[in-house]
Design a protein around this ligand. Sequence first.
Ligand SMILES: C[S@@+](CC[C@H](N)C(=O)[O-])C[C@H]1O[C@@H](n2cnc3c(N)ncnc32)[C@H](O)[C@@H]1O
Length: 202
Amino acid sequence: MKITAFIAKKFAKPDGLTGVMVSYVMNQMNRKQYRMVEDHLALSSQDTVLEVGFGNGTLIRRLSKQAFHQLYGIDISDDMLALASKKNASKISENRVILTKGSVEQLAYKADFFDKIYTVNTIYFWQDISQCLSEVCRVLKKDGRFINVLYDSDYLNKIPMTKYGFTLYTIDVLVALAEANGLALSQTVQKKGACCLIFEKK
Ligand SMILES: C[S@@+](CC[C@H](N)C(=O)[O-])C[C@H]1O[C@@H](n2cnc3c(N)ncnc32)[C@H](O)[C@@H]1O
């Protein structure tokens, strides 16, 4: 396998030693995007929150210093679950952070469970995008907030790795897909290719 395709696979599902190393590279690359989540999540002490695709759990650890009721996370990678669990061990022991293995395609939560859901750079790997967005909408409370942070297709098209296993979206297409699945766009923040799309459940 070409090295570029191999690395792309580790972004989609980080595993093994290379996956762990890639997850730390992502922490550096995604700093601006983590800040976008922190700036727009507007956490309150009552909030039950979900992160989809938490990687090594860095953003969960950062957010866990703020007020919230419970912060859940799901990721498809066993190795990321192990790493993120280690990183967030103290909050997990207090039952304030709950991390599990799972896919956004089928969320193991009841309807209207979360006040806020967010995800950073995972949407390119969601297999059935409409099914995934409708799952996000199902488990979000009415007027709940979904923050989707990503790079737009113009930016990612210039990066060779994204030819392997990434599905790239223009912002217009993604917003239309989300709106078709019950999520209304309330704000867009863009900084040099990085986009923070803030939706509310209609
Ligand atoms: C590019 S990494 C981003 C990790 C983290 N959000 C960050 O910004 O550091 C993508 C992450 O999404 C996870 N992932 C991919 N597809 C997923 C799915 N269908 N459901 C949940 N997580 C998924 C991967 O295992 C990986 O940890």
